[in-house]
Write a protein that binds this ligand. Structure first.
Ligand SMILES: Cc1cc2nc3c(=O)[nH]c(=O)nc-3n(C[C@H](O)[C@H](O)[C@H](O)COP(=O)(O)O)c2cc1C
Length: 346
C-alpha cells in the first residue's frame, strides 16, 4: 500500500491496552485523521498529553479562497473530533469536550477522557460506529433511485437534531428540484472566480499520486488519463455546460438531500455541525448508504438564504449533502499520517 494511503490501514484491535495514557490517546488520533475535510485539506493539528487531546486549526492547511471565514475548516475539525469521541467510546472511554473558540488566533478544543464503568460483557461491539470509520468515504457518483432510505434510518438521522442543531432530510421532489437549481447557480458563482479555481486546482491530483492531501481524480469520477490534465483545466477556465449538466444529473440521481442548520453562525456551531455530520456519515456507512457534501450553496454569496427558504427554516444552513445507496464503490482519498499532524507540546 502506498505511503499516503497507509492511514486507512488501522488494526482496530491494536489499541495499546497496557500502554501509557499518552500511547492510548495517540492511537485515537489515527481515527481522527480519517475524517472528511473540505478539499481533503486536513486543516487540523493535535496535541496529546496525559490530560487529554487538544485539536487546533492548522492555518497552513486552511483554504483562503473557498473558506475565508473558516466555516468549512471548523466543520472539518468537528468531524475529526467526533471520530475521536466515537473511537474512545469503542475502547471504553468517555470524552468530555470543552470548546475554546473565542480567541482569533488561539482557538482550540480540549477533550478529557474518563474510563467507562462497564459491567457485564466487556467484548467490543462489532456493530459499533467506530468500525465504520475506516470504511467511510465520500461517494460523488450516482445513487440508486429505485432504493429509498428506510424509515428507521431517516428517523435515526432526524434524531440527531438537538436544541442547538437541526437536521433536515427530504426526498420531496419539488424541494429537491429547487435545491438543485440553487446548487447549480452557487457552483457557477464559485467557479467563475479565478482565485477559487486556482485554489481548487491545487487540491485536484492525478488518480496516481504520492500527495497525502487533496482529491485524486478517481475520487471525483475523472477517467484515468483525464485525471492528469484536470487540475490544469480547472485552473485555466470555468466549467462549461457539459459539467453543469453532469452536476445536475448527479443531483437528480439522489434520493435524499440533507441539511444541517443552527440558530447562530459561530465557530462552536460549525464544530457541532461537523460532529453531527460525521455521525450521520458513519451511520450511513453502517447502512451501506453513501454521502456527498456540497458546500457551494452554504459558503458562496447569499445562496444559503435561498436554501433556508426552501427548507422553510429561520436557522442558518451550515452543511448540505446528498445521501443514498451508491451504484458504485469509490476509492479512499489519501491522508497525512497521524505523526505528521500531531504536534509536540511547547
Ligand atoms: C466541510 C466539508 C465540505 C465539503 N465540501 C465538498 C464539496 O463542496 N464538494 C465535494 O465534492 N466534496 C466536499 N466535501 C468532501 C471532501 O472533499 C472529502 O471529505 C475529502 O476529499 C476527503 O475524502 P473522503 O471523505 O472520501 O475521506 C466536503 C467535506 C467537508 C467535511
Amino acid at each position: 500500500m502506498k505511503e499516503n494511503y497507509k492511514a486507512w490501514n488501522i488494526n482496530i484491535d491494536g489499541f495499546p491496552k497496557e500502554g501509557s495514557i499518552v500511547e492510548q490517546l495517540k492511537f485515537l488520533i489515527n481515527f481522527a485523521i480519517l475524517a472528511p475535510s473540505s478539499h481533503n485539506s486536513q486543516p487540523w493539528a493535535f496535541t496529546v498529553s496525559e490530560q487529554g487531546i487538544t485539536i487546533l486549526p492548522e492555518e497552513g492547511r486552511a483554504l483562503r479562497e473557498s473558506d475565508n471565514n473558516k466555516r468549512q475548516q471548523f466543520i472539518s475539525m468537528g468531524c475529526a473530533l467526533e471520530n475521536i469521541i466515537i473511537a474512545a467510546d469503542y475502547f471504553g472511554y468517555t470524552g468530555a469536550i470543552t470548546y475554546h473558540l473565542d480567541g482569533v488566533s488561539n482557538a482550540r478544543i480540549d477533550v478529557r477522557f474518563s474510563k467507562q464503568q462497564k459491567t457485564g460483557d466487556l467484548r467490543r461491539d462489532p456493530e459499533h460506529l467506530a468500525t465504520c470509520i475506516t470504511k467511510r468515504r465520500t461517494n460523488r457518483g450516482n445513487y440508486d433511485m429505485s432504493k429509498m432510505l428506510e424509515g428507521k434510518v431517516v428517523q435515526a438521522i432526524r434524531n440527531f437534531s438537538t436544541s442547538q442543531i437541526s437536521v433536515f432530510i427530504t426526498g420531496d421532489t419539488e424541494i429537491k428540484r429547487r435545491v438543485t437549481e440553487t446548487i447549480l447557480v452557487a457552483t457557477d458563482d464559485a467557479m467563475r472566480s479565478a482565485d477559487f479555481r486556482q485554489e481548487l486546482a491545487k487540491y485536484i491530483t492525478p488518480s496516481i499520486t504520492s500527495s497525502p492531501i487533496g482529491m485524486p481524480g478517481n475520487t471525483i469520477g475523472a477517467p484515468f488519463l483525464f485525471s492528469f490534465i484536470l487540475s490544469t483545466l480547472i485552473r485555466k477556465m470555468p466549467p462549461g455546460a457539459a459539467q453543469r449538466n453532469q452536476l445536475r444529473t448527479l443531483l437528480e440521481k439522489t434520493p435524499f438531500f440533507l441539511l444541517i442548520a443552527t440558530p447562530g453562525d459561530t465557530r462552536e456551531e460549525w464544530i457541532k455541525t461537523g460532529q453531527v455530520y460525521q455521525r450521520i456519515a458513519l451511520l450511513a456507512e453502517q447502512n451501506r448508504l453513501a454521502t456527498h457534501p456540497l458546500a457551494a450553496a452554504i459558503q458562496i454569496g447569499n445562496h444559503y438564504i435561498d436554501l433556508a427558504k426552501i427548507f422553510d427554516t429561520n436557522l442558518r444552513p451550515q452543511f448540505f449533502c446528498r445521501i443514498g445507496y451508491p451504484t458504485k464503490e469509490v476509492p479512499h482519498s489519501p491522508r497525512l499520517t497521524s505523526g505528521k499532524v500531531t504536534l509536540a507540546i511547547p
